[in-house]
Every structure is written in structure tokens, then in C-alpha cells.
Design a protein around this ligand. Structure first.
Ligand SMILES: [Zn+2]
Length: 1145
């Protein structure tokens, strides 16, 4: 059937023209000339401002420079004497702070304009305050993409004609003050910044909006394929705008904005934030503003405190003009600083949290490193984080959030769930330099089988600029759209802070306007929460059933040097974690055992304070060793405060438990009148130890308790033993199970340390033999040797962060020289060795004791290596290695509350990428029947390349800290042969003990008949040896006052080998347990535990574990007299507590 055409127009018969065909790429390239650049005097940039005025008639400036590197707060600064200043003045040096009083006079005729702004560009970072001290917004000077120098003057001030603000400028950029503009170069400590602008301006609002229109069109052109109609439409529209632009003609700008509506839709701008209510019902990309502020990195902690106030005040200011703007914010520590230093701003944050625009995420104290903190430290990141958020904002976080951490332990899913969260956002694995991580949205399953719903944004950044390209990437780079097709766009300047800029929010509105009528781009939504984003995924994926599963750690194939960089910080972290564990344990016991007359109270405030310092230093650029030198000065100071406070707390608690005893230091003088040595075992494992006691001066009194002296006569050695539930060990003589040690030497270059268990030979400076005496088995392959080794360490760029695979091709074995015997047995045999390399000296004492690593049957003795290093190398990597006659495809490394196994081979690119890995207290290579482990007390880097097991000892990067690791170091490791494979071994127990030295004490003469209050632990485990008791502390919500009415003890236990276990937690009879239950990590009641009277003569609590399960148990104790230790134990109060089925939260 013929169609009836309505020919109202005539198609001309003749055509002598050329038609409209362009050379498309030339037109596309043309778009780059419309804003800025070579033509900025005549293109759109030339009309962005209608008026500009400066000088004292308009902007009067007075300045006060804070002395040195001080950082006074607002009130203090306002009391100083200010002096006149002007545009063009220079301020410095780096890190100094300068306060400005700014008096503005606004011409009356400017009242006609929509907006008047102060443009203040000090070239560095700054913050604008009201004259009474409320931070209004941050300033980012300079001409980077994060430039933010404008401050909108309130309409009433424009009308009044006068306006005053106070500005604090700080002499650092967003990324500190790096030399020569190389981001990771150490800071230039003498940088000066010029006040480039202090102008009063009237922005041409239409021109700014046209610029944003044009940029959005250009991004569409650059993002979409050339065969899409939207790409072509955006190009013709942008081209038409350029053609219509008349330089110097303000009036035609409105007309050009009309041209842009061809793409954005008629009247789109008047809809404001309502633009998000039109178009598709569900957007594929969810926009969430965020501002990543590294708690320290290329700047120290105190600069971060300013960055936080600047960035957050700016975001709150933006919320006033962009109602769709939602800001997600993590890290309780930063909130706490804000609360302390900027109370008026903190109040505004509280209001915005309550109104739902400011979102709390992460639930942790800081965005910590995801590899090295201990299991208990990760618990505390959540405990202190969530409790802080709850106390200040009345709510906890629902989504764990670690976008920038350098790899994530597989312990996390369980800990996140148990900290009251089920969602997890991360991103860093997009930096992998070998394999692309295969999923974007997935169930992340940890070592124990727990899962969290994880989104790893396909946009591949947490500092998106909200461009068309990034919104599009949310879909085009999504790895598993088939299972879920949504993505989170996390936008806003970050790392150094800043957050969203107005242009980002403007761009997103335009993108949404486009997608309300076009389908070539995914729609973006705003105004939602991160939780809503995850809730939708959970629902759409049938509670995760249709999502892929990733089991095990999220290993970052990058930044592998961070397990070793800055040895002092690694050591500070490990030692303080263990010190705090001991303080909590001993302090708790002191509150349980103290006599009625004692005024001892649990030192909760000091413990919290110490934990907060340790948690702070676990930030993901501090603990990894990737920050500038200034950060390590601060961090080491915090660790020394923690050490000092913890030792004071230990003394106070020992004063209750072991009244009259004094601490004994192996490197200090022995108190006079000493009679007896005591040692406190803070682990839950029975153990034997050989201790070293100085015997000069008062030490002479202790000789009878020592078995033998060192060769130089300065030290003596004693054997200490604790058994069962004993906490206190006393010296004992050699007994039947001891295996006396001896050293054989040829007097020059051949030394053998030996007992009836194991034997180690150093020949010609190398370890030539490691021998199991009982089995007659040599553990080193024939012809190979072990020992220290140096690698060339020049990564491709990220110096402190990266060690690259090619370092393995550059090994130089080092030889122990000047070996001499310093202890000859029978309790301890030691040889001292020295390695000279380059400008460095490495002294290592190698020792063997007459005891086994643990009290497990068949346990072998271990060889301890105590190193003192004076390190002056650059770009060298020191390791210790042993080639082993052991064959396996995997090696085992301790992680938080368990372990991780990683390949020893390079079969696939995934395997090959794990050439340097993180481990905690042990690394092990085993085969059926036998294995060898390395134990570490402060190192975290390991590798197992084939049959060669390595522990990484020291690096020497020069960026961002030019002096990284230069100077003196002391650390230890041990080589532990063991019968049976890893799972049959006592390696985890031995590593635990190796990290927990006994607390040595002295009882002075005249202390009377010494009667410790608590020689036995009040809590101990019977049953499966694979369940460890990690933590004993008082409950967070206890009343610690003298008449406290709430008295609880919290115990954390975990299964350490990856299989089921059942234990009975035995409780000392004098503790009157009223009630017991399991809790989550936040100590919320989880499942009730029934109190069942036990016919046996023990108080016991039965607990079942699945592999790697972490369990928190809370015991509620009777208070007052009934709980006092003086009350005689009554058999009928002994109970068994059975665990009921857990009700999962
Ligand atoms: Zn970061």
C-alpha cells in the first residue's frame, strides 16, 4: 500500500554547494580551544568574570605568622598582633601557618549581581573562618585540578557593603611540599608561597554554566563511540556553541546555553536537583561524594587535622547549594580531632549527620593497613571506631570501607560481620601490576567461611572527578554485569583531602539530564546512601546467591615492599600490640585478685589512650612505611609514650598481684638486696624459657639461681618453667628433659651449635647444615648454604612501597665473619658473628637453648638470631634465607587469627605475582612428616621461592623519606625445625611464645615471706590445643569506679589451625560468675550461655569452634564482697556454662 506523503517542503532540484560533511576529527580537536589555552584572552575563559577588584580599598589584609612550626588554634591566633600585608607577599617556609584578618568592602552597584566572591589564592592550603571561629570552607591554592580559591560572600553582606573573614593559610600543598613536583619526592623544607590573589570578583554565572555545559558535551564526545547518535549530537552542539560565541559579547552567552539544551533537554537547569527524579527508575551508577584524607602521608598528623576541617567544612557548605549532595566520611580519629580542635564545626557535622547528608562509613578508627595489624588490633579498629561513632552520633557504621589499603587479609570478612557490618567497599586492587581482579561485585569469603558483600568499584578510583568517562566506566569496566549491573561512583578530590568541587556536582546533573532522554550512557543517581546501594545489590542478587565468590585474601599485586619499609614502625606496632595485650590481661587480673583494701582500679582511660595511638599508627601510609620522615618522628614518639604508659600500668598491676616485687631488666642493673627471680607468663601456654641475668653488682645475690655464666662472665642463665595454669615461673635447675647444649669450633671458621634435638653448622661464614639430631636428617639440600643475603632494590617507581620481582635476580650472599663463642652451655650456647657490608655492620648472635620450642611432645629446639644492625645502605634489601630439603607447592604464613597459604611456584601469573608476601609471627615450609618455620618478632615480609624460605629484614628506600631505615636496628628471628607437617606442628604456639617474652621480676630481701596474690591464671583452657586464648580484658561498659556496679571480663579466643575445636574454659573458683554469654566484637550480647552446675570440681565453660572462628565471651561477675578474692572458694558456686545455639545478628 502506498504511503501518502505530505510534501510541505520542496527538496531543491539544483545544488551548487559543498554540503555539511566535516572532517570529524578536526572539528572534535577544535573543542579543546574553547576554554583556556592559547586563546584564553578571546575564548570563553575571557568572559568568566564581570568585575575584579583588589587592594586595601576592597580587600584589606592583615597577617600574623605563627612562630616556627607551631599550629595555634583560632582563639590563640586572634590574640596576636597582626600587621598589614598585601597581594604578592611571600610566606614560608614549608609547614608554617599564617593567619589573616580580611576586611572586605563591596561596591554598592555590585548588589545587582547574582554572586560576589572573594578569590583568595595563597598558593597553598588555607581555611576560611567566620570572625567568631567557625570554619566555613577550605582553600586549595595553585592551578591544579583541585584548585578551590573562591568564597561566596553572603547576600546580606553584599547588601551591607562590608564583610569580614579570618583565614589561616598553611605552607603546604594538597600533597605536601615535594621537591621538583615529583609527588613522592621527600619534602622541600624551605618552600615559600606567594599570595597570588586576594581579589573581590563578580563571576559571570552564565559563562561558568556555559563552560560546564561545554565540558560535559566535550566529555560525551570523547567518551562515546563515534557511531552513536549522542556522540554526534554532542559534537554538533558543542561546535555550534563555538560558532555562536562572540568574544566580548556577554549577551549571547544565554543564547549559547540554549543551544546546549539540544543535548541536556529544554529547561533542564531550572529543575535543579529534581533532575534526578526524572528518567530511568533505577540508575546503574550511584554517585557518592567522598574525600580520602590520608591521616598522614606526605604530611604529618597535625596537618591532617587542618585538612579534615578544611575538607569537611567545604562539603557542608556545598550541601547548602546542592541538596542532592551526600558526603560519606570514614576514620573516627579524624572526627575526634575535629571535635577537639574545631568544636563549632564538629557541631555542624553532627547536625548534617542527623539530617542525613553527612554519612558515617568504615566503622574503624582509621583506614588502617589491611595486612600487618594483628587480629586483636583489627578488632580494636572496629571497637574504638564504632563506639566513637555511636557515642557522638548515636549510630554505627554499616559498611566497612578501605579503598586504599595495600591488600586485605582474609580475616576481614569475619571481623567485619562481627563488628556489626555486612558490606565492604574497596578499590586498591585496580592498581595490580600483573593480574586484573576478576570481579566488581562479589561475596568475599574469609578464612573461616564468613562472607561480606563486596563492591570493588569498576571506576577504579576513590577520587573520581565525576566525568562522563568515569560514569560510563562504571558499566564498561564492570567485571560481572551478568550478576549485578550497578556501580558506585566515589567522587571528590582526595588523598590530600578536598572532596567534591562544584563543577563535579554540576557535571553529574548534566550527565543525568542527558541520560533522562538518551540511552547511550548509564544514568547516574545522587542523594542515596552507600548502604542503599548495597541493600539493592543484596536484594537483586537473591541475598548474594547470584554473585561470584572470592575466597581468601585480597592480595594487592603492588607495594610489596611495605611489609618491610621502616623497620622501627613495624617493631613499634608489634611490640605495642603485645604490650597492650599484656597490660589488659595483667590489669584485669589485678582487679579480680586485689585485696578489699586496695584502691586499684582498671586503668581504662590510659589503656584506651594507648590503643588509640597504636591504632592511629596503623594508618595505611604510616605502618606500611610509605610516609615522609616527619611522620615517623611523630609515630615513634607515640610508640614511646605507649611503651612508657604501659610499663607504668604493668608496674601498678604487678604492685597488686606481686606486691613487693620489682622489675628486672636484662640490660639494666639488678636492684640491690635481690633474692629471688620471678617471671610472669602472659600467654596461656605452659612454657620453658632460658633467661639471661646480669650478674655484676647486686646480681651476685642471684648466682645460686643460675645454671651457668656467659663466657665473659657478665651474664648468667636460668631455666624458668610454668606448667598448666601457672602464671608465675621460678628458676629451676637442669632437669631430666633438658638437652644440654654445646658449641664445637675448630677455632677459626667452623662452628656447630648442638643439643640432643637439633644442630646447626656455620662453615666459612655460611650456614652449611641444619640437622635434626633425633631423626638423623639433614634439612639443607646437599651443597647449598643459608644465611644473610642482599638484593639490589630499585623498584620501577614507588620507592618505599614497591619491591619488584627483578630484585630476586640480584642476590649477593653475605658471610658471617669474626665468629666467636659467647655462651658454651649447658643451658644456652651462643656464637656472635659480624657481617660488614658497604657502610653497614650487621652483628648477629645465634643461640641454641637446652629446651624445646614448646612443651608439645616431640617439639624441637629453635635457633634464635638476635641482630643489631647499623644500616647505611641505599636501595638494598637485606634478607635471611635458608634453602630447605623440603618440597611443597605452598608455604604457610600467619595472618590475623589464623594463617594463609601461598604458592612457592610461578605456575600462573597469579602465583608469580606473590613473590613477596606478608606474614605475622611465623612463616613455614613443610612437607609430609617435617617442616621448618621462621619465627618473627617484628618483621612482616616473607617469601618462599621454591624451596628457599626467606624473611625480609631491612630495606633502604629514599622516597618519600630520604633517610628511611638509616641507623641502628635491633630485631630477632628464629629458625624452628619441627616434626610433622605444619598442621601437625607447634609452630603457632612457638611463634606466640617467641613474641611474648616473660616479664622478669625480682623479689628483694626483706619482702618477708613472699606470697603472690595470683600464682595461677584465673582463666585457662582444657581441650583442643588448636584454640588459643588471645585477650583478657574488662568489659567496655563496666563501671570502673571504686563502687563499680558492673564488673565483666571479656575473653577473646580463636581457632588457629583451620579446623573444629572444643575447649572448656576453666574459671578460678573464687570468681563468682553470675552470667556468661558470647558477644560480637563490639561486646553486644549475641547468644545466651546457660549456667549449668558442674558435678566436677571445676568451673568450666564449654565452647565449640569452627576453623578459624573468633569468639568473644563475656563473663558477668558479682560485685562487692561476694566477688572479692578474700571470699573462700565454695564448691557449690562452681558451674559449667553450656553454649546455646548462636543467634546471628
Ligand atoms: Zn590513602
Amino acid at each position: 500500500m502506498a504511503h501518502a506523503h505530505n510534501h510541505t517542503s520542496q527538496y531543491p532540484e539544483l545544488n551548487y554547494g559543498t554540503g555539511a560533511k566535516w572532517i570529524k576529527n578536526l572539528t572534535q580537536n577544535r573543542l579543546s580551544t574553547f576554554v583556556g589555552g592559547h586563546f584564553q584572552d578571546v575564548n570563553l575563559s575571557s568572559v568568566l568574570f564581570t568585575h575584579r577588584a583588589d587592594g586595601p580599598d576592597f580587600v584589606d589584609l592583615q597577617v600574623w605568622s605563627a612562630p616556627g612550626l607551631t599550629k595555634p588554634l583560632f582563639k590563640e591566633a586572634m590574640q596576636q598582633t597582626f600587621k598589614p600585608a598585601k597581594k604578592g607577599d611571600s610566606f614560608g617556609p614549608s609547614w608554617t601557618n599564617h593567619w589573616w584578618k580580611v576586611n572586605i568592602t563591596i561596591p554598592t552597584y555590585w548588589q545587582q549581581y547574582e554572586r560576589v566572591q572573594l578569590e583568595f589564592d595563597p598558593g597553598c592550603e588555607a581555611m576560611i573562618f567566620t570572625t567568631d571561629g567557625l570554619p566555613l570552607q577550605g582553600i586549595t591554592g595553585g592551578y591544579g585540578g583541585d584548585r578551590r580559591v573562591e568564597h561566596i560572600i553572603p547576600a546580606e553582606a553584599v547588601k551591607r557593603g562590608t564583610y569580614q573573614v579570618v583565614i589561616e593559610s598553611s605552607c603546604n600543598g594538597m600533597f605536601g611540599v615535594p621537591w621538583n613536583g615529583d609527588t613522592i619526592a621527600p619534602p622541600d623544607m624551605n618552600r615559600y608561597f606567594e599570595l597570588a590573589s586576594a581579589d573581590l570578583v563578580v563571576p559571570n554565572q552564565d559563562a561558568w554554566h556555559l563552560m560546564w555545559d561545554f565540558n560535559a558535551l566535550r566529555e560525551i564526545v570523547d567518551t562515546l563511540p563515534g557511531n552513536t547518535s549522542l556522540q554526534n549530537k554532542a559534537l554538533t552542539t558543542a561546535n555550534a556553541i563555538m560558532n555562536a560565541f562572540k568574544s566580548g559579547d556577554q549577551e549571547n552567552i544565554k543564547q549559547m546555553r540554549g543551544i546546549a539544551e539540544e543535548v541536556f533537554g529544554k529547561g533542564w537547569q531550572d529543575k535543579g536537583a529534581d533532575i534526578y527524579k526524572e528518567g530511568p527508575e533505577k540508575a546503574q551508577v550511584v554517585g557518592m561524594s567522598y574525600c580520602h584524607i590520608d591521616t598522614a602521608w606526605l604530611w604529618p598528623y597535625h596537618v591532617t587535622q587542618q585538612k579534615t576541617a578544611r575538607s569537611w567544612s567545604t562539603q557542608i557548605d556545598l550541601m547548602e547549594r546542592y541538596p542532592e549532595h551526600r558526603f560519606a566520611c570514614s576514620q573516627a580519629q579524624q572526627f575526634k580531632w575535629l571535635e577537639q580542635q574545631y568544636p563549632p564545626l564538629f557541631k555542624r557535622v553532627q547536625e548534617k549527620v542527623a539530617s542525613g547528608q553527612f554519612h558515617l562509613i568504615g566503622g574503624s578508627w582509621v583506614e588502617n593497613d589491611g595486612n600487618m595489624p594483628s587480629g586483636e588490633a583489627l578488632v580494636r579498629q572496629f571497637l574504638y571506631g564504632q563506639r566513637y561513632f555511636e557515642s557522638r552520633f548515636g549510630k554505627r557504621c554499616e559498611t566497612a570501607w578501605l579503598p586504599d589499603s595495600f591488600g586485605l587479609t582474609a580475616a576481614y570478612p569475619q571481623l567485619i560481620r562481627d563488628a556489626g557490618m555486612k558490606y565492604f567497599f574497596t578499590q586498591k586492587l585496580s592498581w595490580n601490576n600483573r593480574n586484573v581482579f576478576p570481579h566488581s561485585t562479589f561475596n568475599w569469603v574469609g578464612i573461616d567461611g564468613s562472607q561480606v558483600l563486596c563492591h570493588m568499584t569498576p571506576v577504579d578510583t576513590y577520587t573520581a572527578q565525576a566525568t562522563v568517562g568515569e560514569v560510563n566506566k562504571g558499566v564498561t569496566n564492570h567485571k560481572n554485569l551478568e550478576s549485578n549491573d550497578t556501580a558506585l561512583l566515589v567522587f571528590g578530590n582526595g588523598d590530600g583531602g578536598g572532596g567534591a568541587l562544584p563543577k563535579m556536582l554540576e557535571n553529574l546533573r548534566r550527565i543525568r539530564a542527558v541520560t533522562n532522554t538518551h540511552r547511550e550512557l548509564p544514568a547516574v543517581s545522587m542523594g542515596s546512601t552507600v548502604e542503599q546501594f548495597f541493600d539493592d545489590i543484596e536484594k537483586d542478587s537473591k541475598e548474594g546467591k547470584t554473585l561470584p565468590v572470592w575466597r581468601g585474601e585480597l592480595y594487592l599485586e603492588f607495594h610489596r615492599g611495605t611489609y618491610t619499609s621502616h623497620g622501627s614502625i613495624k617493631k613499634g606496632n608489634r611490640k605495642c600490640e603485645i604490650l597492650l595485650r599484656d597490660v589488659e590481661r595483667i590489669s584485669t587480673l589485678a582487679t579480680l585478685f586485689k585485696p578489699e583494701s586496695s584502691s586499684y582500679a582498671y586503668p581504662k582511660a590510659t589503656i584506651d589512650n594507648s590503643w588509640e595511638k597504636v591504632l592511629l599508627n596503623q594508618f595505611h601510609d604510616v605502618l606500611p612505611g610509605s610516609a615522609i620522615g616527619m611522620v615517623y618522628e611523630d609515630a615513634e614518639k607515640l610508640y614511646s609514650e605507649v611503651r612508657k604508659d604501659c610499663h607504668t600500668l604493668l608496674e601498678e598491676a604487678f604492685g597488686v598481684l606481686l606486691s613487693g616485687s620489682l622489675p628486672m631488666l636484662t640490660d639494666g642493673p639488678i636492684p640491690s638486696q635481690s633474692t629471688n627471680i620471678l617471671a610472669v607468663n602472659t600467654t596461656s601456654f605452659p612454657r620453658q624459657d632460658i633467661i639471661k641475668v646480669p650478674v655484676s653488682g647486686s646480681g651476685q645475690n642471684l648466682l645460686s639461681q643460675l645454671v651457668h655464666k656467659s663466657v665473659d662472665g657478665k651474664y648468667g642463665y636460668a631455666l624458668m618453667q610454668t606448667q598448666g595454669d601457672e602464671m608465675i615461673a621460678q628458676p629451676m635447675g637442669m632437669f631430666a628433659h633438658c638437652m644440654p647444649v654445646s658449641v664445637y669450633t675448630n677455632g677459626s671458621d667452623h662452628f656447630v651449635l648442638r643439643n640432643a634435638s637439633v644442630q646447626l653448622t656455620i662453615s666459612k661464614g655460611r650456614i652449611s647444615s641444619l640437622y635434626d639430631v633425633k631423626l638423623g636428617r639433614e634439612l639443607l639440600p646437599k651443597g647449598s648454604t643459608g644465611g644473610l643475603v642482599i638484593f639490589e632494590d630499585r623498584p620501577n617507581y614507588w620507592d618505599a612501597w614497591d619491591v619488584e620481582i627483578h630484585h630476586l635476580e640480584t642476590a649477593t650472599p653475605l658471610e658471617f665473619s669474626g665468629v666467636r663463642v659467647i655462651a658454651e652451655g649447658p643451658l644456652r650456647a651462643s656464637v656472635q658473628t659480624q657481617v660488614k657490608y658497604g657502610k653497614s655492620t650487621i652483628d648477629v648472635t645465634i643461640s641454641l637453648d637446652a629446651i624445646t620450642a614448646t612443651l608439645k611432645d616431640n617439639s624441637r629446639s629453635l635457633f634464635t638470631f638476635d641482630a643489631q644492625v647499623d644500616w647505611h645502605e641505599r636501595h638494598k634489601f637485606l634478607k635471611f634465607e635458608l634453602p630447605l630439603d623440603i618440597n611443597n607447592t605452598v608455604a604457610t604464613y600467619e595472618s590475623q587469627f589464623g594463617f594463609v597459604q601461598r604458592p612457592t611456584h610461578k605456575n600462573t601469573s597469579l602465583d608469580a605475582a606473590k613473590f613477596e608476601v606478608c606474614g605475622h609471627k611465623y612463616a613455614d615450609l613443610s612437607e609430609y612428616g617435617y617442616g621448618v618455620a621462621f619465627l618473627s618478632e617484628s618483621k612482616y615480609g616473607f617469601a618462599c621461592e621454591g624451596n628457599v624460605l626467606r624473611i625480609s629484614l631491612l630495606r633502604a628506600a629514599t622516597a618519600p623519606d630520604a633517610e628511611q631505615d638509616q641507623g641502628k636496628h635491633e630485631f630477632s628471628w628464629a629458625v624452628m625445625p619441627h616434626v610433622g607437617s605444619f598442621l601437625e606442628s607447634d609452630v603457632p604456639m612457638a611463634a606466640y611464645i617467641f613474641n611474648s617474652p616473660l616479664h622478669l621480676r625480682i623479689v628483694p630481701k626483706g619482702a618477708g615471706v613472699y606470697q603472690p596474690l595470683a600464682s595461677r591464671a584465673p582463666f585457662w583452657l582444657d581441650g583442643s590445643s588448636n584454640v588459643f586464648l588471645e585477650t583478657i580484658k574488662r568489659g567496655e561498659d563496666d563501671d570502673f569506679g571504686p563502687n563499680g556496679t558492673t564488673k565483666t571480663v571479656v575473653l577473646r579466643l580463636y581457632e588457629a589451625f583451620g579446623g573444629h575445636g572444643r575447649v572448656e574454659l576453666r574459671i578460678a573458683p573464687h570468681l563468682h560468675v553470675i552470667n556468661a554469654y558470647t558477644t560480637n566484637l563490639l561486646e553486644d550480647r549475641k547468644s545466651e550461655l546457660a549456667l549449668v552446675p558442674d558435678a566436677q570440681s571445676h568451673t568450666a565453660l564449654k565452647l565449640d569452634f569452627r576453623g578459624f572462628e573468633v569468639k568473644t565471651v563475656k563473663l558477668v561477675l558479682a560485685t562487692g564482697r561476694s566477688a572479692d578474692s578474700t571470699r573462700p572458694a565454695k564448691r557449690d558456686s562452681w558451674v559449667t556454662i553450656d553454649e546455646e545455639r548462636e543467634t546471628h545478628m
